[in-house]
Design a binder for this molecule. Structure first.
Ligand code: NAP
Ligand code: F7E
Length: 321
């Protein structure tokens, strides 16, 4: 039986990855930080199958202890301050967790169990103000937020530990991926939750920022498989994971409102509060390397993704949850 340690187990990706690895017969350890109130909505259904370890990415001693306890074959470093908009409000904290936290996790592995395979959750936000389209593994980075800058550090420290210490360490450069488990502050979930509330008469308007931004949106369940595949290869490498399609926020809104038979123009209000100090206007990924070398490809279309999320929120709110 293989053993995996997942940081960020309570998040969207952590929950799908845990399910995926449990299905494969892994023993799964999840690093979890202490919170005043329960935040296990994504993992409630698999909680009893996971061994939790208390720790924080900014506390090296807790990570060393976690690696000692789990003795993992594979470490998936998914924990981060992951909300781009907040990274301007908390730039230092974002750097401490999303950037230096990666070094802490790599150090814990290096000091305790050097042969653990390591996955770093890198991001298309590293491409930021893109210098070419589509973006692939050789596209230069030009991050546009403290979050993007922190992820560039996380990417390069992962590459550096691979080259310095011969670690099996991979950086997965994942484009936006969404699901019914997405946090409510991200635009896709904010829209599908808002659409469901409007349909059910619980609210009337949806306040959003820049509707012209374009993203390459995929389904999170597909993307965690790519993480696992990266750690099953002969040699460690870095991969772009994306659908190869880009859509505006407005496209997402249109499909979501159409699904419930409403006209978005009657409900969406643009609010300057949600405009960012610097924007990433366009992301479009080229994941041909992952297709060729990992045999990975997405299975859920953009329309299916939007509809899946709206349907989930309709059911959830309809049941009073
Ligand atoms: P998410 O839902 O925001 O989950 C983040 C996780 O990190 C949560 O479990 C959170 O725990 C944990 N965490 C935050 N700070 C921590 C700390 N100091 N110590 C320990 N744990 C901490 O993010 P996600 O969408 O699943 O994304 C997973 C990873 O992929 C992140 O690194 C993200 O930056 C990256 N990524 C995401 C996307 C995407 O489109 N989803 C694309 C590219 C890269 P709490 O529950 O306690 O807050
Ligand atoms: O914004 C625009 C906003 O917050 C998407 C994270 O998982 O993916 C995510 O980062 C776009 C931006 O995601 C609102 O300006 C308009 O252009 O859903 P988001 P993100 O910033 O792309 C990357 C790959 C990650 O790595 C990150 O961790 O939507 N937008 N109006 C809005 N965004 C939000 N959140 N709220 C609005 O009202």
């Amino acid at each position: 039986m293989k053993t995996a340690l997942i940081t960020g187990i309570t998040g969207q990706d952590g929950s799908y990855l845990a399910e995926f690895l449990l299905d494969k017969g892994y023993k799964v350890y999840g690093l979890r930080r202490r919170t005043a109130t329960e935040n296990d909505s994504n993992i409630k259904h698999i909680k009893h199958e996971i061994e939790f370890i208390s720790g924080d990415l900014s506390d090296l001693s807790s990570l060393i202890e976690a690696v000692k306890i789990a003795q993992p074959d594979e470490v998936y470093n998914l924990a981060a301050q992951s909300f781009v908009a907040d990274s301007w409000m908390q730039p230092i904290f974002t750097g401490q967790v999303t950037a230096l936290g990666v070094t802490n996790m790599l150090e814990a592995v290096r000091q305790v169990k050097l042969d653990s395979r390591f996955y770093q959750a890198s991001s298309s936000e590293m491409f930021g103000k893109v210098v070419e389209t589509p973006q692939n593994e050789t596209t230069p980075f030009y991050p546009r937020s403290p979050y993007g800058v922190a992820k560039v550090y996380g990417h390069w420290i992962t590459v550096n530990y691979r080259e310095s210490f011969d670690m099996y360490a991979c950086s997965g450069i994942l484009f936006n991926h969404e699901s019914p488990r997405r946090g409510f502050e991200f635009v896709t979930r904010k829209i599908t939750d808002g659409v469901a509330k409007i349909k059910l008469g619980l609210q009337n308007e949806l306040r959003l920022g820049n509707l012209e931004a374009k993203r390459d949106w995929g389904f999170a369940g597909d993307y965690v498989k790519a993480m696992w595949l990266m750690l099953q290869q002969e040699v460690p490498d870095d991969y772009v994971i994306a659908t190869g399609e880009t859509h505006t926020v407005k496209d997402f809104i249109e499909i979501a409102f159409q699904y419930v038979g409403l006209d978005w123009r009657n409900h969406v209000v643009q609010d300057p509060k949600f405009i960012r100090p610097a924007e990433v206007d366009l992301l479009l990924g080229d994941s041909s390397k992952a297709k060729d070398k990992l045999g990975w490809q997405p299975t859920v279309s953009f329309e299916q993704l939007v509809q899946m999320m709206v349907e989930h929120d309709l059911q959830r709110l309809g049941n009073g949850l």
